[in-house]
Design a protein around this ligand. Structure first.
Ligand SMILES: Nc1ncnc2c1ncn2[C@@H]1O[C@H](COP(=O)(O)OP(=O)(O)OP(=O)(O)O)[C@@H](O)[C@H]1O
Length: 265
């Protein structure tokens, strides 16, 4: 479905150049949920922006269904961390959701149906006439998710979408995202710095190295579905996978892990 080959990105040139991505390769299958984790500042957002066609890569390429991507393709939608800046405050919730649909030139009835269905899917059926500034942070991010869903994407890119929310809202939106992935069969690439979140959500976790980043390891998350915030996180396998991903991101081997624990105590 989505293929990343030899992707590299350097910002600027000369002595000021920032080598963000060294070389990245991976593929994402249809309906798969892939989480990308890595150390702070390693290049996660840069990678997602290149995947989205919002920024051109310096080397390599991204393809979707075999087509080389040079701008955001119609079958892709993006949810950003900063919902307060991604929604237009002067537009109602319905108008915000309708805005990207203009690109699709749909009939009015079809458009209204998509808006209604997407608001129902995120449990905001009654919020269509309200404005973003009248809603809580969690509700605003649900509007952003509804806007992405209404677009009927095949691929949903999410850049730390819940990082600014409180723990309870975050858990609710994680579960909402899993439910929507299940119902809509959408392929998800989800960037997060939160290892628990990555292991809880993903079919596979891609762990990146520090900048200039590369793929350090791709980890299969073979935890049973449907997942549950309590029972999944109590599984011994959850703890094992979480520890493994943590070590990859921190680049610790088991010996270093023990040394770190000894230093801390
Ligand atoms: N427009 C830009 N111009 C120059 N350098 C940039 C630009 N955007 C990002 N960078 C640099 O590229 C590197 C990777 O940034 P990026 O935001 O992709 O990392 P990240 O892993 O998403 O960070 P975080 O963990 O803080 O979310 C950083 O060193 C950053 O300072």
């Amino acid at each position: 479905m989505l293929e990343v080959r030899g992707l590299g990105k350097t910002y600027g040139d000369g002595p000021q150049a920032v080598h963000a991505i060294d070389e990245i390769n991976f593929t994402v299958a249809r309906s798969e949920f892939v989480c990308v984790v890595g150390p702070s500042g390693c290049g996660k957002t840069t990678l997602l922006r290149c995947l989205a066609g919002l920024m051109s890569a310096s080397t390599g390429q991204v393809s979707i269904e075999g087509r080389r991507l040079d701008r955001t393709p119609e079958e892709m939608a993006i949810v950003f961390q900063d919902y307060s800046r991604s929604l237009f405050p002067w537009m109602s919730v319905e108008q915000n959701i309708a805005f990207p649909l203009r690109r699709k030139r749909l009939g009015r009835a079809k458009q209204q149906q998509l808006i209604k269905d997407s608001l129902e899917a995120v449990n905001l059926a009654d919020a269509g006439r309200r404005y973003p500034w009248q809603l809580s942070g969690g509700m605003q991010q649900r509007v952003a998710i509804a806007r992405a869903l209404a677009y009927e994407p095949q691929v949903l890119l999410m850049d730390e979408p819940f990082a600014a929310l409180d723990a309870q809202t975050r858990a609710d939106l994680e579960d909402l995202t899993l439910k929507l992935r299940h119902e809509y069969g959408v392929t998800v690439v989800f960037v997060t710095h939160d290892i628990d979140e990555a292991v809880y959500l993903a079919d596979r976790v891609i762990a990146l190295t520090p900048r200039p980043t590369r793929v350090r390891e791709v980890i299969d998350i073979d935890l049973p579905r449907p997942r549950n915030q309590l029972t999944t996180k109590e599984l011994p396998d959850f703890a094992r996978l979480r520890g493994h991903v943590y070590r990859q991101v921190r680049q610790l081997d088991d010996g270093a892990d023990q040394r770190e624990a000894a230093t801390a105590s």
